[in-house]
Design a protein around this ligand. Structure first.
Ligand code: GAP
Length: 451
């Protein structure tokens, strides 16, 4: 895919114009950190999920899917450490009362906040005279828990949280999956679902949002085999990113230093990606040891162990976790696919999406809108292709040039046009998105041509 420079503004504007992503609650002025996926966006998102599920669940023997509840018993979050520690450092503009991530302000001032305590961050802000973006003084730095708390039931007094990661829905079902499926070690449990974080400063489009989707695997291994399996999953991530067409030169693997790792991890490699606004985390691959299963066993009293009947061994499995944000995947795909070139002396932008991801696989249209005989033939071709491919679109709005430009921006690999010659010769024009070249194809050969 493309390695051209693209700005975030170009992506946001195309996403809105072409029905991929709209600002959340837009007609009411929006709600920060929320975005709504439109008709083409939801299809592209579903295509990503489908490919992920096929690759990591359906095509493997050692994976089991779950779809756990978003609301979980409050004790889950005590055990996991999220109530005590799932927080970001917050500072307040003393005048406007606007809130910011202290670590982000330090980074922007060229200071590395890695490993700093709250006091050290406060001192660094003072010593370097760092001001808020509105040029006012800042408060002391304090922790801000990012979980959304909510009340459960009509009586009041019982609380829960919108889950901040899908992973815990997997850990609490470890015993259920082992008892019902009798998996052989190593094995994994996979889940795709929503997660919520009350981010202090949601920003950069769908990169940092308050409501997101994650695609996570918790892969359970014998403690002696964690390293081998960690490397296996690193390779799996590399293959996945190639499959979905992420530009290779934009991908970086970063070994995370101890002071920057999450509380449960003893090794983490972040996959970072050159987004239009800089190099940022796309995915995380963490070795979570037996931290979660042990904590849940302690807090719940359940026996969360694995019995290996062949070796006669009972142990608490260790966990390798490839964690993928779906919204960031979406943005990385758009960034990679966004391409500009010149066709017939005119500049155009198009999305060079791979065929499995493209929300529309083929667009069918009659050359002219007001000719019933062309409409009839085009409808016939459309029905045949729709039966075969599903995501086929009929478009007779505007002139043919405008239709092609529109489909280029949606990333449609092929456009099929029915003209007067089609009525006689039973053939059509097929236009290729990437080359903008057109060729005549017999209607009976269309399906094999487009497959
Ligand atoms: N279960 C491990 C876990 O949740 P994480 O690094 O906090 O780890 C995993 O999050 C992934 O979720 C990230 O790599 C990113 O892709 C995505 N993610 C996290 N916070 C996000 C946010 N506020 N908006 C969009 N995606 C986010």
């Amino acid at each position: 895919m493309s390695n051209q420079k693209v700005t975030l503004e170009e992506i946001v504007s195309l996403a809105k114009r072409r029905g991929f992503i709209f600002p959340g609650s837009e007609i009411y002025g929006g709600l920060a950190g929320t975005w709504d996926y439109g008709p083409h966006g939801v299809t592209l998102k579903n295509n990503i999920k489908r490919l992920w599920w096929k690759r990591f669940v359906d095509d493997r023997e050692d994976m089991y899917g779950v779809d756990a509840a978003i609301l979980m018993n409050e004790k889950v979050w005590e055990a996991s450490g999220h109530i005590a520690g799932f927080s970001d450092p917050l500072v307040e503009d003393l005048k406007t009362k606007k809130r910011y991530r202290a670590d982000h302000l330090l980074e922007e001032a060229g200071i590395n906040p890695a490993g700093m305590t709250l006091e050290e961050m406060t001192d660094a802000i003072k010593e370097n005279s760092i001001m808020s973006p509105d040029k006012n003084e800042l408060s002391e730095v304090r922790q801000f828990n990012m979980m959304f708390k909510t009340e459960v039931g009509a009586l009041g007094g019982q609380y829960s949280y919108l889950r901040p990661e899908t992973a815990q829905g997997i850990f609490v079902n470890f015993k259920n999956v082992v008892d019902s499926m009798q998996p052989k070690m190593p094995f994994g449990i996979a889940q795709i679902g929503k997660a919520f974080r009350n981010e202090i400063t949601p920003r950069e489009f769908v990169f940092r949002v308050r409501e997101m989707e994650q695609m996570e695997v918790e892969y359970f291994v014998h403690p002696d085999e964690w390293e081998k399996n960690f490397n296996h999953w690193l390779n799996q991530l590399r293959e996945w990113m190639e499959d979905i067409g992420l530009t290779k030169g934009r991908i970086h693997e970063v070994d995370i230093a101890e002071e920057d790792r999450a509380h449960y991890s003893t090794k983490t490699i972040d996959i970072e990606f050159d987004f239009p606004f800089g190099q940022r985390e796309l995915y995380g691959l963490a070795y979570r040891t037996d931290y979660d299963l042990k904590k849940h066993a302690e807090h719940s009293g359940a026996k969360l162990q694995y019995r290996d009947d062949v070796k006669g061994e009972v142990f608490t499995p260790h966990v390798i976790e490839p964690s993928l944000g779906l919204d960031r995947t979406f943005l990385a795909i758009l960034t990679s696919a966004f391409t500009k070139d010149t066709v017939g002396g005119e500049e155009r932008a198009y999305l060079k999406l791979n065929k499995e991801l493209a929300p529309v696989r083929v667009m069918v249209s009659p050359l002219l809108k007001n000719k019933p005989e062309l409409q009839e033939k085009a409808r016939e071709v459309f029905s045949t292709l729709k039966k075969e491919f599903g995501n086929v679109m009929y478009d007779d709005n505007g002139n043919i040039g405008k239709r092609y430009r529109r489909q280029d921006e949606i990333g449609t690999p092929y456009c099929v046009t029915i003209d007067f010659d089609s009525l006689e010769g039973n053939d059509v024009t097929v236009r290729n998105r990437d080359t903008a070249e057109q060729e005549r194809v017999k209607i009976e050969d269309l399906i094999s041509k487009l497959s």
